[in-house]
Design a protein around this ligand. Structure first.
Ligand code: 0X9
Ligand code: ZN
Ligand code: ZN
Length: 305
C-alpha cells in the first residue's frame, strides 16, 4: 500500500505511478525511457499544463543511489504537492503553466529493489560484468564527465566503480539519451541524494569554477535559506569538489557541460546520526523543507527563461 510518509517498495511505486498519471491527465503523463539491467521499466512522469507546444522544462531525478531511500520519497512527495497545490499555490500554478517538470521517481530501480530485499546498504546498479564476480556500477560515476579520472574506482568490487565505459549502465544511457533528446527545452537538472544536507553544483570532477559559478552559488544560497526557514535545518552550498569531494562521472557535471546551466545535486537529511537509515517520521519534514528549495530554484529558472 502506497504512503507518502513511508519508504515504498518499487512495486508499490510503480502502481502509484500508474494511478497518479491517470488521475489528472491534463497535468500529468507518463512515459518509459527504457528498461533497467534487470528489465524493469524506467518510467518518467511529466508534470505541466498541456500547451500544444514544447515548453521549457526542469528534469528531476531521485534514487540514483539505491540505499538513499529518502530520495525517491522526495520525488513522490514533489509529484503529490505539485498536483495538490496547482491552482491554489500561485508559484506552483505559474511553474506548471509555463514549464514542464520531468520527474524520474527512481533512477536505479534494480539497486533500490536489492536494497529492500537483500542488502540495505547497497549503492550501485546490479549489472554483471564479464570477468568479475562483483556486481554493479556506481551510476553517479558512470556519466561522461571527466569519467573515472578522480574520486572513482576502476575496481568492479568498489562502491564507486565507474563502469567499463562512460554510460556502460543502461540506466545512465537511458537518462542521458532522454536529456540529450530534450536538450533544447531542459533548463535545469536537479538530482536528489542523501545524506549530508548539502546543495552542490558543478564542478565535482575538477576544482575549476563553473562559468556560471556566481549565479549558481547565489541561487544555491537562496534555496538553502528557503529550506532552513521551515524547521531550521542547516545546509551548506557550494561546488561539489570543494564542498564534498572530487568525484568524476556525476550526472550534475555531465548535464552542466551539456549546456543545462542550473544543475544541482541535493544531499538531503541528515548529517550522519541516522545517515541512510533516516526514520520514516522524518520523511514529511524533510520533503516539506526540500520543496521550498526546489521551488526557489524553479522560480529563478522561470525568471531567467
Ligand atoms: O558521491 C556522490 O555521488 C554524491 N554523494 S553520495 O553520498 N549521495 O554518494 C555526491 C555527488 C556530487 N556530484 C558529483 N560528484 N558529480
Ligand atoms: Zn547518492
Ligand atoms: Zn505540503
Amino acid at each position: 500500500l502506497h504512503s507518502y510518509t513511508k519508504y515504498n517498495t518499487w512495486d508499490t511505486i510503480l502502481s502509484w505511478i500508474s494511478t497518479i498519471a491517470s488521475s489528472n491527465p491534463s497535468l500529468i503523463s507518463k512515459q518509459e525511457i527504457g528498461n533497467t539491467f534487470e528489465g524493469r521499466p524506467m518510467v518518467l512522469l511529466k508534470l505541466g499544463k498541456s500547451s500544444g507546444t514544447t515548453k521549457p522544462a526542469i528534469f528531476l531525478d531521485c534514487g540514483i543511489h539505491a540505499r538513499e531511500w529518502i530520495s525517491p520519497a522526495f520525488c513522490q512527495w514533489f509529484v503529490k504537492e505539485a498536483l495538490d497545490t496547482y491552482g491554489s499555490d500561485s508559484q506552483m500554478t505559474s511553474l506548471l503553466d509555463q514549464m514542464d517538470v520531468y520527474v524520474l521517481p527512481v533512477f536505479n530501480i534494480d539497486g533500490y529493489e536489492y536494497s529492500h530485499t537483500s542488502n540495505r546498504m547497497w549503492r550501485k546498479t546490479r549489472s554483471k560484468l564479464s570477468g568479475s564476480s562483483c556486481l554493479g556500477t556506481d551510476p553517479n560515476r558512470n556519466f561522461d564527465a571527466g569519467w573515472c579520472t578522480v574520486g572513482a574506482s576502476s575496481n568492479p568490487c568498489s562502491d564507486t566503480f565507474c563502469g567499463s565505459t562512460p554510460e556502460s549502465e543502461i540506466e545512465v544511457k537511458n537518462v542521458a539519451n532522454f536529456i540529450r533528446k530534450n536538450q533544447s527545452s531542459i533548463k535545469a537538472y536537479l538530482t536528489v541524494h542523501s545524506y549530508s544536507q548539502l546543495l552542490l553544483f558543478p564542478y565535482s570532477y575538477s576544482y575549476n569554477l563553473a562559468a556560471d559559478h556566481s549565479e549558481l552559488m547565489s541561487v544555491a544560497e537562496g534555496a538553502s535559506a528557503a529550506l532552513t526557514s521551515l524547521y531550521g535545518t542547516q545546509y551548506t552550498s557550494g561546488p561539489g569538489a570543494s564542498t564534498i569531494y572530487l568525484a568524476a562521472g556525476g550526472s550534475d557535471d555531465w548535464a552542466y557541460d551539456l549546456g543545462v546551466k542550473y544543475s544541482y545535486t541535493f544531499e538531503l537529511r541528515d548529517t550522519g546520526y541516522y545517515g541512510f537509515l533516516l526514520p520514516e517520521s522524518q520523511i514529511q519534514p524533510t520533503c516539506e523543507e526540500t520543496m521550498l528549495a526546489v521551488k526557489y530554484i524553479a522560480a529563478h529558472v522561470q525568471k531567467n527563461l
